[in-house]
Structures are given as structure tokens and as C-alpha cells.
Design a protein around this ligand. Structure first.
Ligand SMILES: *[C@@H]1O[C@H](CO)[C@@H](O)[C@H](O)[C@H]1NC(C)=O
Ligand SMILES: *[C@@H]1O[C@H](CO)[C@@H](O)[C@H](O)[C@H]1NC(C)=O
Ligand SMILES: *[C@@H]1O[C@H](CO)[C@@H](O)[C@H](O)[C@H]1NC(C)=O
Length: 440
């Protein structure tokens, strides 16, 4: 199926952020205002302005009407999985019941359908909720969805468990839990074959809000080839030592906001990879894990682009990275118009890092001339402690130096006390206000 063609492109880039006791009152005003401010410092040739305009068009108001908050409306069709044979005892396979209920909800011609998962435990094999549907769908998960932990159930498509494929005007909420039962996969973790617990594929006008997702097989929630996505108040958890368990993964997706979410896993908190544009993350708490990451980009000499990323209001605790941009040698394309602001770092190993020599493979990566261009990156109001003595690291390409890097009001100390250092290669930097540490 179409999805399988895409999973190879999933080199994981994680952006992890930590939710924020520290977010200043402004953090959650209209995110589009946030996008507007502060971009005057570099001329990006107008590209970013276009994204803003586009996002105003798409995110504006009416498009999200009728997304299913008003369950009292008599015209809404309620579809309860229990009425289609789901047992909810945590032992019986409820997959077929979910398929039947989905079919009814999705083909309901009324002004909307609510797919109801009551407060019980539902055991599910891999399942794809396919659209397009006849009306808006609200998926109301009050109970717990549990993944089958029998590997043979995944033989058809080993990379996905729950998929929403091509469903428009979808909301998924309800305070429930999605449990990927990842333990059996972590033991035989395979980097080249990413497993995804929950995937939204080609979903336009999507809300994912107020649920917990835990112990994902690998990546917890992936937004792929989607447009206009609001994600909020998610809790994502997996053990610190679970491999490749990214929290939220964004790939080839435009206009996505992630807010007020708490993410602690064994890999990236949020990872943003190629084809993603206009991403806003606010009030994010990250840790443990690998931090918020743009990239990796440019693996296997690919041409990849990410632009218009804003992280405003995040707290990282004990993560291996804070805000990271990582690209492989030999790639091309760009990572452009990126802002990291109002961020608290607590004992983070690499709080601020750009790595254009990223090499995540067994054999050493050979030196190559081309690189993904990194430009227009603002770091503003970033404070706290570094677990390593290098708090700021820019390791940029000789042939494609990092351009338009602005550091404003930075204060990073070494966790043990004393100053943190900065290490900078091939980066064009501007300092505004008090910046500590400075490049030598
Ligand atoms: C998604 O976020 C945008 C911008 O904050 C907002 O205008 C829109 O109403 C949100 N949609 C929903 C359904 O919450
Ligand atoms: C930030 O996120 C946390 C965790 O979801 C939430 O409890 C808090 O209310 C959020 N803060 C704001 C200002 O929205
Ligand atoms: C800081 O992090 C390091 C390693 O990441 C850890 O060994 C140390 O215990 C942490 N310190 C505190 C105070 O949490």
C-alpha cells in the first residue's frame, strides 16, 4: 500500500521539547502572531512570508468548524465500538469490531459521526482507518487501545499499528490511552525499519488532543503528508532506554501546531524531517529523550527541505540534546527560518547544537563537499544548565557554512557550576543582548 513506499524516508529527526512551567504569558497567544514577530532580522527572500500567508489561509477559522465538539447535535451519528462486537476485555481481538464500526462512522452521510471507544481495554492488531469519509469524524477515545504483541500479526505491514489514512476533518481526543506494548520490539530494535504506533497519513484539518500514548513500538505519533494539524495536551511516555521511540514525528507535513504536551521517551521528543513547513511548538515539556530535532536531513545524498519552524516555550530536563539541527554530509536542500525561543534547559547534554556532520551508521561517514544549507536560525531567551561543558555547538560545513545564526539573550551554565563553553565551526553568527557562552 501507499504507506509502505514512504516509510523509508523516515530517518528520524526528533525535536523534543519539555513542557514548560516557565512559559511566559505570551507563549500561547495566537500562534500565527508568534510566527509573525521577530522574523525581520534576516531577509529570507520572502519565502517565510509566503508560508505565513498560506497558513493564515488554511488555518483560518471556518475551516475547522463542525469538527465534533458539539456531541449534542442530533444530526451527529454516534457509533460505539461495543455495538459492533468489541468486547473490551483486553484479551479478545477487537480489530474486526473496530473495522465494522469505522465503516459505519465513515460512511455516515449525516453532518458528522462520533466513533466512540468507551472506558475499557481494547486489544487491536494493526488497523487502518481509511478515508475519505462522508462527513467529519470525531474519534472519542475514553478507554485504552492495546497493541497486539504477537509479531505474526504484523507480518503484512511490519511498520504500522494504528493508521488514519486520508481522513479529512478528523479529531481524535477523549482522555484515553494508546498503548503500543513496545517491550517486545525494543529488544530486537531495527533502525532501518521504523515501527509507528499511531500514524496520520494524508489527513487534512486534523485535531489530535488530550490523550496519552505510551510504550510505542518505536515512533509514537507520526504526522505524514498532512496539512493543517493541531496537536495539544498529549502525554507521550516510554522508558529512557527504549530505542527509537520518538515522541512526535513530523514528516512532509505543513501547518502543524503542537502545544501543551509532555513527552518523555528514549529518542527524540519531537522530530521534524523533510518536506515539513510552518511548524509551531509551544509549551512543550521534554525529558528524558534526545530533545527537539530538525533532521536528520540529507541522508544518502538526498535533497531535503524544512522551513518555518518555531519552538516557543519549552523545557528540557536531562535530555541528550535541547534544540538540534542535524544534517548528513553529501546532502543538499536547506533548513531555513527556524526560531527557538523561551526555552529552559535543565542538565541537557547539548542544549544548543547544529551538527552538519551527522553520521548515524556503523561505518564512519566519508568527507563530502555538498551539504544541506542551514540558514536563518534564531536562538532567543534560552537559559539553564548544560550537562556537558559545551553548551553551544555549531559544527557547520566548510563549503556551506551556517548563515544568519542569531543568538539573543542566552545564558547557559555548566550543571556542576562554572561556565559552559561554545564551540563554533563555519558559522556566521550575530549576537544580541547578553549571550553566554560566546564562541571563542
Ligand atoms: C487550530 O489552531 C488555530 C490557530 O490557533 C485555530 O485558529 C483553530 O481554531 C484551531 N482549530 C481547532 C479546531 O482547535
Ligand atoms: C502547558 O502544558 C501543560 C501540560 O499539558 C498544561 O498543564 C498547562 O496548562 C499548559 N500551560 C498553558 C499556559 O497552556
Ligand atoms: C546531569 O546529567 C548527567 C548525565 O546526563 C547525570 O550523570 C547527572 O546525574 C545529572 N545531574 C543532575 C543534578 O541531575
Amino acid at each position: 500500500m501507499a504507506l509502505q513506499r514512504h516509510h523509508l524516508s523516515f530517518l528520524v529527526i526528533i525535536i523534543s521539547s519539555v513542557a514548560c512551567q516557565c512559559c511566559h504569558g505570551t507563549a500561547l497567544k495566537d500562534p500565527l502572531d508568534l510566527f509573525d514577530e521577530g522574523y525581520s532580522y534576516v531577509d529570507d527572500g520572502g519565502t517565510f512570508k509566503d508560508y505565513i500567508k498560506q497558513s493564515e489561509d488554511v488555518l483560518s477559522l471556518k475551516k475547522f468548524d463542525n469538527l465534533g465538539d458539539d456531541y449534542r447535535s442530533p444530526s451527529l451519528k454516534m457509533v460505539n465500538v461495543n455495538d459492533y462486537g468489541a468486547k473490551g476485555d483486553g484479551k479478545t481481538d477487537d480489530t474486526q469490531a473496530f473495522y465494522k464500526a469505522w465503516h459505519v462512522a465513515c460512511s455516515s452521510p449525516s453532518s458528522g459521526a462520533v466513533f466512540v471507544v468507551p472506558q475499557k481495554y481494547y486489544l487491536l492488531k494493526p488497523i487502518t482507518f481509511s478515508g475519505p469519509c462522508k462527513s467529519n469524524i470525531a474519534v472519542q477515545i475514553s478507554g485504552t487501545l492495546e497493541a497486539s504483541d504477537n509479531p505474526s500479526d504484523y507480518s503484512k505491514d511490519p511498520t504500522h499499528w494504528l493508521v488514519f489514512d486520508n481522513v479529512q476533518k478528523l479529531s481524535v481526543k477523549g482522555g484515553g490511552t494508546i498503548d503500543g506494548k513496545g517491550e517486545i520490539w525494543w529488544q530486537n530494535s531495527c533502525k532501518t525499519n521504523k515501527k509507528l504506533a499511531l500514524t496520520f497519513y494524508k489527513c487534512h484539518n486534523l485535531i489530535a488532543e488530550d490523550f496519552t500514548i505510551k510504550n510505542g513500538q518505536q515512533i509514537h505519533v507520526s504526522f505524514q503528508d498532512s496539512v493543517n494539524v493541531n496537536v495539544s495536551t498529549l502525554t507521550v511516555t516510554a522508558p529512557e532506554n527504549s530505542p527509537n521511540t520518538d515522541g512526535i514525528h513530523v514528516t512532509n507535513t505543513q501547518n502543524i501546531q503542537v502545544s501543551s504536551s509532555v513527552i518523555g521517551t528514549g529518542d527524540d521528543c519531537i522530530s521534524i524531517v523533510s518536506g515539513s513547513k510552518n511548524i509551531l511548538a509551544t509549551n512543550i515539556t521534554c525529558g528524558p529523550g534526545h530533545g527537539i530535532s530538525i533532521g536528520s536531513l540529507g541522508a544518502r545524498e538526498s535533497k531535503e527541505f524544512v522551513s518555518g519552524v518555531k519552538v516557543n516555550g519549552a523545557k528540557f530536563s536531562g535530555t541528550t540534546n535541547g534544540v538540534r539541527i542535524k544534517t548528513w554530509q553529501g546532502g543538499s536542500g536547506s533548513a531555513n527560518s527556524i526560531q527557538f525561543q523561551n526555552i529552559q534547559m535543565d542538565n541537557v547534554t547539548n542544549p544548543i547544537i547544529i551538527d552538519q556532520n551527522y553520521c548515524d551508521q556503523e561505518t564512519p561517514c566519508k568527507k563530502q563537499k555538498s551539504a544541506v544549507q542551514i540558514r536563518n536560525v534564531l536562538y532567543q531567551n534560552i537559559k539553564g544548565t548544560s550537562a556537558s561543558d559545551v553548551g553551544v555547538q555549531f559544527d557547520c560545513s566548510e563549503n556551506f557554512p551556517c548563515q544568519g545564526i542569531v543568538l539573543q539573550n542566552i545564558n547557559l551554565q555548566h550543571e556542576g557550576g562554572g561556565k559552559a563553553k561554545a564551540s563554533c565551526n563555519n558559522a556566521k553568527l550575530t549576537y544580541i543582548g547578553d549571550v553566554n557562552p560566546h564562541c571563542p
